[in-house]
Every structure is written in C-alpha cells, then in structure tokens.
Ligand binder design. Sequence first.
Ligand SMILES: [Zn+2]
Length: 209
Amino acid sequence: MEKTEESVATEVLQRLKDGNQRFVQGVISINTLATQLNRQVLASQGQNPHTIVLTCSDSRVPAEMIFDCGLGELFVIRVAGNIIAPSLIGSIEFAAVNFNLSLCIVMGHSSCGAISAAVSHSLQHTNPTTSHLKGIVDFINPAVDFVKDQGLSLTDRASINKVGRRNVVNTVSQVTAQSSLVRHLIDVNNFKICGAFYDINSGVVEFFE
Ligand SMILES: [Zn+2]
C-alpha cells in the first residue's frame, strides 16, 4: 500500500523522537555516522531531506545533533528567536515543494537570548539599538504580551520559557497565515507544521502535537 502523506509525517516525526532519545542518552547511531561517508554520493545525487526544521541560531541548539541526524537528512533554517520573515517562509516553501516534504518542525528552546531580550525590553520600556534587532523583538512581543496577560511577572526563568513556548505557537500560525502555498500543502498534501521546545539542560525535545 502506498504511504499517505499523513503517515509519512507521522513516520518522520517518530524518527526525530527516536533520534532525540539517542541524543539524550549520548548515543550516535551508525546511520548518522555513515552519512559522512556518503558525502560524495550526496554531492553527486543531490539532497533528499526528510524534515524541515526552523529553529534558533543559539549555538547550543544544533538541530542535526539534537535529532541524531546526519548529512542530507534535515533542511534546517536557523534565525535568532525562531521567528518568521519573508525569506524564511520562502525557505520553507522551497524545501516543502522541491523535496516533497510532509513535516516542518518549529523549535524554540529554553534560556533563549532573543526571548530574554524581548522580555527585558518590554519590562524596561526600551527599544533595541538597531531596526534589525527591533524586527526580531517585534515578532516576539505578542508572546511576551500573552504571558504578561496571564499575570506572570516575567522575572523568573519559567515564565520566560512560557514566552518561548508561546512564540513557537505564534511562529507556526504565522507561517500558515502568511503562506498561501503552505496552506495549500496542508489542505491538499496533509503537510504538517509541528511546534517543539528544546530543553537545553536535559536535551529533551517536547513536541506540541
Ligand atoms: Zn534562542
């Protein structure tokens, strides 16, 4: 029986979960290591990744390591605060169509500097020093306001991580809202965008299913 797009998404999601479990246990699979020996094959035959990952640029959040994936497996888009801008949505559209992908993970993480910066500007009523930095903070601000509205002080790590989680939810909905192509893929091809949150302390990725 031919696999449906939905079953492909479920299958690759399970692959990421298994890979993250290995990462937490400090194990690297033979398959992951073997991809390095396949470098020439990948170079000549092209890439065939199974998942798009949009995540933060934080040096402690390398998607390939966290999911124990090798060369050619993940199409990774990294930007501070795992936010969305036209070129980033374009990157998702490019990968989804060209590699016929079924799954995009949007992954935030604990102790995120971009999130902390947005929180601190909000609490101190200040603005970032450049318009580019402001673009990142402006994207995160609705998540800051969401957690503020819950009456949380935003001075402790737990509530700042709540902003990070909400920011993931906002990014997922913005990708869908801003890309008619992604909406089409969701409707017709069962394309899935799944939020996730990486705990930099435990190494565990929690998926928002
Ligand atoms: Zn971050």
